[in-house]
Ligand binder design. Structure first.
Ligand SMILES: [Zn+2]
Length: 134
């Protein structure tokens, strides 16, 4: 893979998400009032309205919710084709990233997918997906 661009979030809540990923553990916001997880990051719980939350680690395994094969170059640092996938976690949240090391012909909805971290630089890594092998 070529060197991927590093996100430059404008909103501090999005910057928090990328920051908490940098130890190689996938975390999502969890409302500390009602325990609901949420993603994309936001300031208020859509379920109960609380503004209290923490970043909670999740099991780095989800199921393939959707995917597409991208052939169009939209950023020079992303080599095409690649698989853009949406993975659903048991906590009820979904995350979109690249599914690496797989071919589209292997994919089926609901397949188990593991989260790994793609190291972009000494200071930045990003979650990606791989088909689960166990
Ligand atoms: Zn809540």
């Amino acid at each position: 893979m070529s060197e991927w661009p590093i996100p430059k979030p404008i909103d501090p809540i999005n910057a928090e998400f990328w920051h908490v990923c940098q130890d190689g553990v996938l975390r999502f916001q969890r409302c500390t009032a009602c325990d609901r997880f949420r993603h994309l990051p936001r300031y208020m719980c859509a379920s109960c309205g609380s503004t209290d939350y923490e970043w909670s680690a999740v099991e780095p395994r989800g199921s393939l919710y959707s995917w597409t094969v991208t052939h169009q170059v939209f950023h020079a640092n992303f080599a095409v084709p690649f698989i853009a996938a949406v993975v659903e976690f048991s906590e009820g949240v979904r995350l979109m990233s690249q599914l690496v090391g797989a071919e589209a012909g292997q994919l089926e909805l609901g397949l188990s997918v593991d989260v790994e971290f793609h190291v972009v630089s000494d200071e930045f890594q990003t979650p990606v997906f791989k088909l689960a092998t166990r």
